[in-house]
Design a protein around this ligand. Structure first.
Ligand SMILES: [Zn+2]
Ligand SMILES: [Zn+2]
Length: 363
């Protein structure tokens, strides 16, 4: 019997998200039904509702993808996870068979697993779950590999955030950027992802972590996450400032967590020779860059993109939860406010005004 639950749906492009009753099937082979306890509001949810993620053909979308919950039931063939397990949901569940997985690089998996049965509106219209999760819902259906068991001592509103933004930022620094002990690191953009990159760089032993943003309040918060210096790029040239703060050399690693051409070019220029620029901010389709190719060559180093922090959820989520529980990673500080399912649209407005790190729906 399908479960009737309340959920946040984007019916059509640019229409406000609305709460509707949807049908969630019992889990089939390889699937698990999760009772959602908390789910963070991410920019990507807004991009789905605006039609810029997922495309116009995907409507209606079931939004929400930064979630923690309890496994309610499991389908045939599911091993390693049981009803009652406390899980964080991941939008990467390596398939084990694609060319990336077969070459031993499952963090790039090109064919990540999702539930195969659709969740639907009451009239049977299938829903497209945001990032293959869809967790602004009392219950959701995912592939077993998407449900990663973690220590139940972690508060769900904090734990769920590692499912997307925190993992993306932390991993951009630690995995993609490979922060080494003694590195100098600059992070451009101090929202949820940027602050997670700052925390990751700090935990990995960076000697200086320079936060760059245009908002003094965000720079103050960045200090709580481990930034040793801050630069307000509204009134200061951030490239010059980062150079000054790194003995005139530039940073060993720059994380671009905004997703704009202008900040990418700043990041390119504020590196030391052979430095690395990691782009984790997701750009819009219109963004373009122009660079002298000789500069790209002569500065050396690397320009890299970070998809989901190059994470392997089953390996990394339990680690981040343990860092949280031991007081080293303050996941609670990312939670600006807790809200109900009915308030997601209001949370989108606050997010667009740049006033929150994370609004988290608590069910
Ligand atoms: Zn794969
Ligand atoms: Zn997200």
């Amino acid at each position: 019997m399908p479960h009737e639950v309340r959920a946040v749906i984007a019916m059509k492009k640019d229409a406000p998200a609305e709460v509707q009753t949807i049908l969630v099937p019992d889990p089939g082979p390889g699937e698990v039904l999760v009772s959602v306890q908390a789910c963070g509001v991410c920019h990507t949810d807004l991009h789905y509702r605006e039609g810029s993620a997922g495309g116009a053909d995907g409507f209606p979308y079931l939004l929400g993808h930064e979630a923690a919950g309890i496994v309610e039931s499991t389908g045939p063939g599911v091993t390693g996870i049981r009803p009652g397990d406390y899980v964080v949901l991941a939008w990467r569940a390596p398939c084990g068979a694609c060319r990336a997985c077969r070459r031993g690089r499952p963090w790039y998996c090109f064919d990540s697993r999702n539930a195969t049965q659709p969740m639907t509106l009451l009239d049977s219209t299938p829903l497209t779950p945001a990032l293959g999760i869809g967790a602004f819902a009392e219950k959701t259906l995912v592939a077993a590999g998407q449900a990663v068991k973690v220590d139940p001592a972690a508060r769900p509103e904090a734990a769920g955030l590692i499912g997307c933004g925190v993992m993306a930022g932390y991993g951009a620094a630690v995995h993609t950027g490979g922060v080494a002990n003694g590195d100098t690191v600059a992070v451009i953009g101090c929202g949820g992802v940027g602050n997670a990159a700052i925390a990751g760089a700090s935990l990995a032993g960076a000697r200086r972590v320079i936060a760059v943003d245009i908002d003094d309040a965000k720079l103050d918060t960045a200090t709580q996450f481990g930034a040793t210096h801050s630069v307000n790029s509204r009134g200061t040239d951030p490239v010059e400032a980062v150079r000054r703060l790194t003995d005139g050399h530039g940073a060993d690693l720059v994380i671009e967590a905004v997703g704009r051409a202008e900040t990418f070019l700043q990041g390119f220029a504020m590196r030391d020779l052979a430095g690395v620029l990691v782009q984790v901010g997701v750009p819009g389709p219109e963004a373009r860059i122009e660079l002298p190719l000789l500069e790209v060559f002569s500065r050396g180093g690397a320009l890299k993109s970070s998809w989901y922090g190059d994470c392997l959820p089953s390996r990394d989520f339990p680690v981040l939860i343990d860092l949280y529980l031991s007081g080293k990673l303050d996941l609670g500080a990312f939670v600006t406010e807790t809200i109900s399912l009915d308030e997601v649209e209001i949370a989108f407005e606050r997010m667009q005004r740049g006033k929150v790190l994370r609004s988290v729906v608590v069910l």
